[in-house]
Design a protein. Structure first.
Length: 296
């Protein structure tokens, strides 16, 4: 009788443990599915920013009714899915994000170039904070303390890099050929960005070769800040900022990929359209104005 009771107890314990593991794995998978969706949302928002920047650059502002961009429809659809799948504790943050992005999608034709950059940037940061919150909860719940510590060291560096890029872009709006102070400020922001990318690189298990980072910043050195055509210089500076932005998010994507491997969840690759995304290993010549019509 005692032996039978022990056997029943062991079977029950094993069954409960198996159930608990399955529940934990299911929760972890659901949370990372949310991270994958948020990651896709950032991709769409960045592409929407490029498209709207290009339209506002060529047309100034839109006063009439315009057909919504395809990216707008994709963003709205993805947002609805993410809100429906969000955990109850996070839903308020998702609703705020929905309100912010809906306003952006409706109002961008009346934005200035600078406001368009800033509002998109705030929306992207909001999504990044949701990713951070989800990953933090997931790693702690999965008892991945070493991965959590590694991620915690990378997260602030990523935010600092994005903030530095925002300051660089803000300075572009103030550029004019005769301002020594502006040219000095652009150079300072570029040095900071190079340092930030270097910090992000060393925190990845698959770091980008230093020469690639250096080649990226050589593009800035090739821009003639004394060119009497300020429109051309701003266009070149924005194209350079696009390359830096692509590098930052590529490096952050490597961090997410490292975390996925640790918890046995594979993050799918984001779709890349070669005509819209500047690949980091293949810098574009800043002097080639024919390839600089895709800023932001």
């Amino acid at each position: 009788m005692l032996i039978m009771s022990l056997i029943i107890g062991v079977v029950f314990s094993l069954g409960y443990y198996t159930y608990h593991v399955r529940q934990s794995n299911s929760l972890l998978q659901n949370r990372f599915n949310q991270v994958i969706g948020l990651r896709q949302l950032i991709h769409l928002l960045r592409f929407h920013r490029r498209q709207t920047h290009q339209l506002l650059s060529s047309s100034g502002t839109f006063l009439g009714k315009e057909q919504p961009l395809n990216e707008s429809l994709a963003i709205q659809s993805l947002l609805r899915t993410l809100i429906s799948q969000a955990e109850h504790s996070q839903k308020p943050m998702y609703r705020i994000l929905m309100k912010r992005i809906t306003s952006l999608l409706d109002e961008w034709p009346r934005y200035s170039l600078q406001r368009n950059q800033a509002v998109h940037g705030k929306a992207i940061r909001h999504v990044l904070y949701l990713i951070d919150d989800t990953i933090t909860q997931s790693l702690l719940a999965a008892d991945k303390e070493h991965v959590f510590q590694q991620y915690q060291s990378t997260w602030p560096v990523t935010l600092n890099a994005i903030d530095s890029l925002s300051r660089f872009r803000h300075t572009i709006h103030s550029y004019h050929p005769n301002s020594t102070a502006i040219k000095r400020e652009l150079g300072l922001h570029t040095q900071i960005l190079r340092r930030r990318l270097g910090q992000m690189t060393v925190r990845s298990s698959n770091p980008a070769p230093p020469l690639i980072i250096e080649a990226l910043f050589e593009q800035f050195d090739k821009i003639d800040l004394d060119n009497p055509d300020p429109g051309l210089v701003k266009e070149q500076l924005y194209h350079f900022s696009l390359q830096v932005s692509e590098a930052i998010f590529n490096l952050f994507d490597l961090v997410l990929g490292d975390i996925g491997k640790e918890v046995s969840i594979r993050l799918p690759e984001l779709p890349v359209d070669a005509s819209n995304v500047v690949k980091l290993p293949k810098p574009v010549q800043a002097a080639d104005s024919s390839k600089q019509k895709n800023p932001a």
